[in-house]
Write a protein of this length. Sequence first.
Length: 128
Amino acid sequence: MGAAEPKQDVFQAIADPTRRKVLSLLAGQEMPVNAISGHFPMSRTAVSKHLRILADAGLVQERKVGREKRYRLQPEPLQELKRWLAYYERFWENRLSVLKQLVEADEPGEGGGSPAPGLKAVEPGSRL
């Protein structure tokens, strides 16, 4: 049986702090809704709504065990987030690398000593 296309966007599903906490709870083990709802100051119905949103995004899977539903984390949709964040991680690493090079090239004793174009040198101990 193939996986159905998610009805909810993963980004929207994890935007809520309650849903992120639910995912953290389910990362370690499968849990029934009663056990999950015990971790929140809200009704079981409210927790069930959060679980439905997570299930619609493909982040949790439910299964019936007797009369109760048990939920477990499905981490695969989080790969989309990882790929999206990886771009920005590379972006900031590149920016910080350039900044480091500029700072190191401008350190006294490194040959540079003069400020970058458009910046005034500030003597140690002077007021800005």
